[in-house]
Design a protein around this ligand. Sequence first.
Ligand code: SF4
Length: 65
Amino acid sequence: MKVVVDEDLCEGHGKCEAAAPEVFELGDDDLSHVLVDDVPEELRAKVENAIRLCPRQAIRWAETS
Ligand code: SF4
């Protein structure tokens, strides 16, 4: 599963990084960057948590074809 951050919505609160530091990293640009291309099963719950915690609803699962 691939997860994406909408850079137009992200305001750099960093809640995603706190919830799943293996997957999200706040950059110098104050935007959250996704560190992994394919989220492993064991990190899925952490990402779900990050999605819930993001105050901007900027994180979502991407459709994979
Ligand atoms: S929690 Fe949401 S708004 Fe905050 S840095 Fe992460 S993606 Fe951006």
